[in-house]
Ligand binder design. Structure first.
Ligand code: SF4
Length: 311
């Protein structure tokens, strides 16, 4: 896999005539860092990186940059700031990175999965990738399944060939009775145990009220306390917001306070109403995807599992 990512980066650089590239990895991921350091060194040794690659007139230098642990650096402009040695704050868009990005130069930012896919697509004369999946969800997706499944791992799934239920079965099924699934990481809305007969495609998950998101699927059994889960997720968003936008920073703090009150006093319908309004405000005013999606999980869990007695 690291060579496939590297190949994709070199192909993308050649396509846009870029002479400098960076692989950005969170500092905590020491295993991935070691692997990519070795891969880059090896590629320089073989003449696949550096000046006049394989005797051509194309030169490309690649450097590995370790992040300092900020989740928000998943936003492309925060990541660019971090590479420049600045704090991982997002930038106002436009200008977009392709217009003015790293060191004010036009910059292409892609995740490693996309780049690895580029290398795979280029391997064949015929574009077999576009023949896989559905019209709106082409090809395959790497789904990282964690939580209460027997075989948590990364699985390559062809879009449209199975449901969320099938993917859970592929991962060995659940350890205990299923309660809900987070299809694409904590930025996506949950789907309840009786909503998982949905095809794994962008369009089907969207129609079901959630999304593919990052492909980080979390499976949750009925052995967990829902309020503790809500508080845990809320705490994550409070700690990881970069704090630039007032609604994202204060809104997420307010949500945590409401959830603490919920834990102490029990559920009240007004909590869901206020959190729903905060979600709208954050969605309208947040500068980056982190804020825009920070309440999806919490709101959907409240909406699907919490009701006042009178209701
Ligand atoms: S939305 Fe949140 S994380 Fe994104 S820039 Fe604004 S404050 Fe920072």
């Amino acid at each position: 896999m690291p060579f496939k990512v590297l190949e994709g980066i070199i192909i993308a650089a050649y396509a846009v005539k870029a002479n400098y590239g960076y692989i950005y990895i969170r500092g905590e991921y020491s295993k991935a860092i070691d692997i990519f350091e070795k891969t880059i060194k090896d590629a320089y040794h073989r003449g696949l990186l550096g000046k006049n690659i394989l005797g051509s007139d194309f030169s490309f230098e690649l450097k590995l940059v370790k992040g300092a642990g900020a989740y928000v650096c998943g936003d492309e402009t925060s990541l660019i700031n971090s590479i420049e040695g600045k704090r991982g704050f997002s930038r106002i868009k436009p200008p977009y990175p392709v217009q003015r990005g790293l060191y004010d130069k036009p910059t292409v930012v892609n995740n490693v999965e996309t780049l690895a896919t580029v290398a795979e697509i280029m391997k064949y004369d015929e574009n077999i990738y576009s023949k896989m999946g559905t019209e709106k969800s082409r090809g395959t997706k790497l789904v990282s399944i964690s939580g209460d499944v027997k075989l948590p791992d990364v699985y390559e799934i062809e879009f449209g060939k199975g449901t969320l239920k099938d993917i859970i079965e592929l991962a060995g099924g659940t350890k205990d009775e299923l309660n809900f699934v987070v299809p694409g990481g904590l930025a996506t809305s949950i789907l309840k145990y009786d909503e998982i007969d949905v095809l794994y495609t962008y369009e089907d998950l969207e129609a079901a009220g959630s999304s593919v998101g990052s492909g980080g699927m979390i499976v949750v059994s009925n052995k967990h306390d829902l309020v503790d889960i809500l508080l845990n997720v809320s705490d994550f968003f409070v700690k990881e917001t970069c704090g630039t936008c007032f609604p994202c920073r204060e809104g997420n703090r307010n949500i945590k306070e409401i959830l603490l009150e919920l834990k102490k006093k029990g559920y009240k319908e007004k909590y869901k109403k206020i959190i729903g309004e905060l979600r709208e405000a954050i969605l309208l005013a947040a500068r980056c995807g982190f804020g825009q999606s920070s309440v999806n999980f919490i709101y959907s869990l409240l909406d699907k599992f919490f009701y006042e007695e009178v209701r």
